[in-house]
Write a protein that binds this ligand. Structure first.
Ligand SMILES: CC(C)(COP(=O)(O)OP(=O)(O)OC[C@H]1O[C@@H](n2cnc3c(N)ncnc32)[C@H](O)[C@@H]1OP(=O)(O)O)[C@@H](O)C(=O)NCCC(=O)NCCS
Length: 338
């Protein structure tokens, strides 16, 4: 992952600086993975966050020796043996008993590193979790959804990508957020509205720019009629009603959203058209294809998926990630709390 901000500074460096100032704690559940230990060392040395590592203490100690991580600089918890386990299991049982879970199942689930890590975040014993170097995205998301739960008013977890385009019109290193590009295949209007709200929040938390949200479609302001356009308009209506302060407009084709000259003719009078920095795609096909096209054709950097919509941060990694990716994602997770 690498990206550069408009001022010429690497945007991930800016995000790390902001994370440092927050002085927060990350939990890295996959302590049995050497890349996680290598990342923990960098996170501590660069003072990006305090670190809690989960797993078997002997395995972690072995990796720590290999990567010269001083274990007195981090907190290590073995979920299987932790004194927190009974109360975590009880809380999880209360959360899930309506779904038919037993107390024994709750305790078993809480021994799982991802669920234990998510409970540390739920209890504010950590400010965010970063996992997925070994576990799948589905596993990481499920622990977040079941233990941390959704942010107020948000219906769905989604995944945004921070796209940094080296040169866009007269701007250098222009930042856009794209969503959903990772999680929800065919969002309904409520979900689409949630994706827009969460991505706007991510723009504020990570980049500090005012979000200008475009609800994208193959139609601009009624140029076509179709049930897919109606879906986008229904989401827009929800946003206007429930989030009147949010700068959002649509439905827009993407050129009307980001090109001022096109906006003038296709969407005259819109405050967002031509100047959107948050692009909300009508479905996952569009969102995923768009980020990869931008990456390949515009030579943009793509950072993500940034998991959003949870009440507290739980971020995902690609299983092919490097230790540096874990460090970068930790900095992002530390800012997702706002
Ligand atoms: C999110 C995900 C893990 C859910 O999978 P699942 O557990 O099989 O989903 P289910 O449909 O059985 O739902 C399980 C629960 O999660 C909830 N849920 C599912 N998707 C959700 C979402 N996106 N946001 C919030 N809640 C969600 C369901 O409402 C359900 O809740 P409940 O148990 O309280 O009733 C799954 O959609 C997934 O793996 N997505 C990631 C896809 C992926 O890998 N993308 C590539 C990344 S680059």
């Amino acid at each position: 992952m690498s990206a550069v901000s408009g001022e010429g500074k690497n945007i991930l460096d800016v995000i790390k600086e902001k994370a440092r100032a927050k002085n927060r704690r990350v939990v890295l559940p996959e302590g049995h993975e050497p890349r996680v230990i290598a990342a923990a060392k960098m996170i501590v040395e660069q003072k990006i966050a305090s670190v809690t590592i989960l797993g078997d203490k002997e395995t972690i100690a072995r990796h720590a020796r290999e990567y010269a991580l001083e274990l007195d600089k981090v907190q290590v918890i073995d979920p299987q043996k932790s004194e927190l386990l009974p109360s975590f299991a009880q809380e999880f049982y209360e959360l899930r008993k309506a779904k038919g879970i037993t107390e024994a199942q709750a305790e078993e689930t809480m021994k799982n590193i991802l669920f234990f890590g998510a409970m540390l975040v739920r209890r504010d014993l950590a400010d965010g979790s970063v996992a997925g170097s070994v576990k799948t995205t589905g596993d990481v998301l499920r622990a977040g959804i079941q233990v941390i739960g959704m942010a107020p008013g948000i219906k769905t977890v989604s995944g945004s990508f921070m796209m940094v385009v080296p040169k866009y019109r007269d701007q250098v290193n222009k930042v856009f957020l794209y969503a959903d590009s990772a999680v929800v295949p065919n969002p309904n209007p409520e979900q689409l509205a949630s994706i827009a709200v969460s991505t706007a929040q991510t723009m504020k938390n990570l980049i500090g720019e005012e979000p200008k949200v475009a609800m994208l479609s193959f139609s601009t302001k009624g140029s076509a009629t179709h049930e897919d356009v109606d879906k986008v308009l229904a989401a827009l209506e929800i946003l206007r009603k429930n989030y009147p302060e949010l700068k959002v407009d649509g439905e827009f084709q993407v050129d009307a959203a980001i090109v001022p000259e096109v906006a003038k003719s296709k969407a005259p009078g819109s405050e967002i058209a031509g100047y959107a920095n948050v692009l909300i795609f009508p479905d996952l096909d569009a969102g995923n294809i768009a980020y990869k096209l931008t990456q390949r054709l515009a030579n943009a950097s793509a950072t993500g998926p940034i998991v959003q919509g949870l009440a507290k941060p739980s971020n995902d990694l690609s299983r092919g990630c490097s230790a540096q990716d874990i460090v970068d994602t930790t900095a992002i997770a530390m800012l997702m709390k706002g």
